[in-house]
Design a protein. Structure first.
Length: 448
């Protein structure tokens, strides 16, 4: 069985990728700052994304580049010029408050979009002449979105007009296009049903009648629909938005950018057919997203190898804890059809409890402040899906499966991107320290 080719140098480079990929000479970045403030600096940096500076310079510039690639809508008074107003560069409470406010604002508008599309469905049905309707809404009452991507596309659309960037303006732009957040399709089905026999109680056999049912399917158009249809981004602005979103996720350690590095994705000839781990309390079926059998298969408009750590992790869980065998391509298709795929960013965090519920598995959220719950769950034969941020397992965000605990208290894992890491024993402290921020009850989900 081939091993992944990993070196410490490659790992360091991958870790630096998120924040330093737009690195260039200091002079050009400074020029951008002079013409457009921090946002102008980001634009200048993005234009030089293919010209790398020396490794040591990358490391030295990392903090600066992260700041330059993040917009003032997140940091408040970015450099506090002439004011005493606190900013998120030096005050984590300000950063947290800004992000909560932005997430709440976007979520509110997306909820309005969901209400809007359901109202449009009602109007369409009223004019359809059909007898009944069904609505397939895979999102339920939950509104799935990537706030980092919305913020990044909005800021990229402003070019160097940094003064006009604000949360209220972002919300106004989204609200103007609330009817484009969700769309629907439908098909009409002819069905045979029992007729209402209440008026003829003497009838011994139920009569049947034919009705027409219009079946609607709700679709979230996704953040990248907005790139073209709302923010009207150029290709350069799309690149800039990508860099914004990636760096924001790295800075926040929120695990929202679940994309393998180019080095990892280029691994060749991997195949793990039939691999099963038996050294934990539960026998675990192992899948790897980079397996040559499905690496290049689709996950939405992305691919499984680069983006499907979430579906692959749930393939491991479902195949190990139920009688079903669900490989990554089938789980990726299910995740896409049920609204858990996040374009260019991997999966929404709610994929984990959503897939667990769909396969009849109990799922409980858990935080890093509850290490004993994790250990006890593993000792009881349960599996724990963990969302990891930058560190030993990823340079951005990554779902892994905790599959057992040794007698010495070491944690066994099933890493969807690395068979090597899956064969190591890990200190629980590393996993707790490197867990990302997560919605949907995470960053740990106990499943059994």
């Amino acid at each position: 069985m081939p091993e992944e080719q990993r070196t410490s140098g490659e790992s360091s480079a991958a870790s630096a990728r998120g924040a330093a990929k737009t690195g260039k000479a200091i002079a050009n970045i400074a020029k951008g700052a002079a013409t457009g403030g921090a946002h102008g600096a980001a634009l200048a940096a993005a234009k030089e994304s293919k010209k790398w500076i020396a490794g040591i310079a990358i490391l030295l510039l990392l903090p600066v580049l992260i700041v330059l690639m993040l917009p003032v809508v997140i940091f408040g008074s970015l450099f506090g010029i002439g004011t005493d107003e606190p900013n998120a560069i030096v005050d984590d409470t300000v950063l947290s408050a800004n992000m909560v406010s932005l997430n709440t604002g976007i979520s509110t508008i997306l909820s309005e979009g969901l209400t809007d599309v359901l109202a449009r469905i009602d109007a369409d049905f009223a004019a359809s002449g059909c007898d009944e309707k069904e609505v397939n809404n895979p999102y339920g009452a939950d509104v799935l979105f990537n706030a980092n991507q919305f913020i990044s596309m909005y800021c990229a659309s402003k070019d160097t007009d940094v003064e006009s960037i604000s949360q209220s303006d972002l919300e106004a732009v989204l609200r103007q296009h609330v009817d484009q957040l969700y769309s629907f399709t439908y098909k009409d089905e002819t069905r045979t049903v029992e007729a209402d026999s209440s008026s003829d109680s003497s009838s011994e056999e139920a009569e049947e009648t034919t009705i027409t049912v219009r079946v609607y399917t709700v679709t979230y158009n996704g953040e990248w629909y907005f790139a073209d249809h709302v923010f009207a981004l150029s290709e350069d602005q799309k690149d800039l938005a990508d860099n914004y979103a990636e760096n924001l996720s790295v800075f926040l350690s929120d695990g929202s950018y679940q994309v393998l590095s180019d080095t990892e994705f280029s691994a060749m000839g991997l195949s793990y057919d039939g691999v099963v781990f038996t050294d934990g309390e539960t026998q675990v079926v192992y899948y790897n997203q980079l397996d040559e059998r499905w690496k290049d298969e689709p996950y939405g408009t992305d691919n499984i190898g680069g983006y499907a750590c979430g579906p692959t992790a749930m393939s491991i869980v479902v195949s190990s804890l139920t009688s079903d065998t669900v490989d990554p391509p089938h789980m990726a298709q299910w995740a896409y059809e049920n609204g858990y795929w996040c374009s260019k960013s991997g999966s929404y965090h709610s994929l984990i409890p959503g897939a667990a519920k769909a396969w009849g598995l109990a799922c409980e959220g858990c935080t890093p402040s509850e290490p004993q719950r994790i250990v006890d769950a593993l000792a009881d034969g349960k599996l724990v899906v963990a969302l990891m941020a930058k560190g030993h397992f990823t340079s951005s965000g990554h779902f892994i499966v905790l599959r057992g605990v040794t007698s010495e208290g070491k944690i066994l894992v099933a890493d969807p991107a690395s068979y090597q890491r899956s064969n190591k024993e890990w200190d629980l402290s590393i996993i707790l320290d490197e867990a990302g921020y997560a919605s949907a009850g995470g960053p740990f989900w106990i499943i059994g």
